[in-house]
Ligand binder design. Sequence first.
Ligand code: NAP
Length: 295
Amino acid sequence: MTARILDGKSIAMTIRGEIQQAVTAFIAESGVQPCLAAILVGDDPGSQVYVRNKEIACEKAGMKSRLTRLPGSTSQSDLLALIAELNKDPSVHGILVQLPLPDQIDTRVILDAVSPSKDVDAFAPENVGLISQGRPRFLPCTPHGVMQILGRSGIDVIGKHCVVVGRSDIVGKPMAMMLAQKSGPLGKSNANATVTLVHSNTPDIATWTRQADILIVAIGKPRFITADMVSPGTVVIDVGINRDGDKIVGDVDYEGLQEVASAITPVPGGVGPLTIAMLLANTLAAAKQSKSTSH
Ligand code: NAP
């Protein structure tokens, strides 16, 4: 068997085209241009690239982007003051704090300070609660991207056994929660899975991964999932982004799994491009929600 390649890059381009059209329509109707404010603390090279890519994507979609760069020595109180200002500014619809933050800053305190109505990463406890209750304000960008890849590739989730490897607040946990909902971003078939969530304390992970119809891996360990851990015909979604020398590789052994899986996302060019597309979707949603509550 040679797996079908799920081309995240092309799916993301389609979604970004749809968002661009929706932004144009929203501006024409409301006179408001959606705006994402990004905050970058320090000079981590990876973070600089991520923030720059998000800025470019916003501009291409017809949205405003506003970047505040702060030195790595910034205090927690100065960062909180900036967030308070952005929370109050009606021309800012989404706020993104690029992670990781320097050690003197408590990330949880900072993320909690972002107004839930501008929390386009969907990290705020209130927004996580709404997702869990199946009435999301914003969907978390990476798990939402995975649902879009599946749905737009014609892969139904309903009734399938989905095994999620990794339980981070950013990927694994919200992923499991979305898969188990009664309705997904693309409807009923894009949800209603039977979900198993495994992590570093799960003994013999392969026992679970071999039972998956759909396997979603987000652990940050290069090529961790090997062909012997997966049953023939499994759909494999690799969220991992790891540096291996001068190569970027995922959490699954892509070459090995291609012979076993029925479909697989590449790294790079799989889930990554969707994350930015879904951030744009949330920024537009935030602008629309702010407009509808300002009447
Ligand atoms: P994280 O916060 O480090 O969480 C990793 C999770 O994997 C933890 O729950 C950990 O378990 C689990 N884990 C670690 N080693 C394991 C093992 N040997 N077996 C089973 N579970 C294991 O990472 P993250 O933020 O979720 O990111 C995961 C990967 O996705 C990284 O490579 C990251 O770069 C990538 N990522 C990609 C995107 C994208 O846009 N494509 C977005 C976000 C993240 P414990 O909880 O027990 O420690």
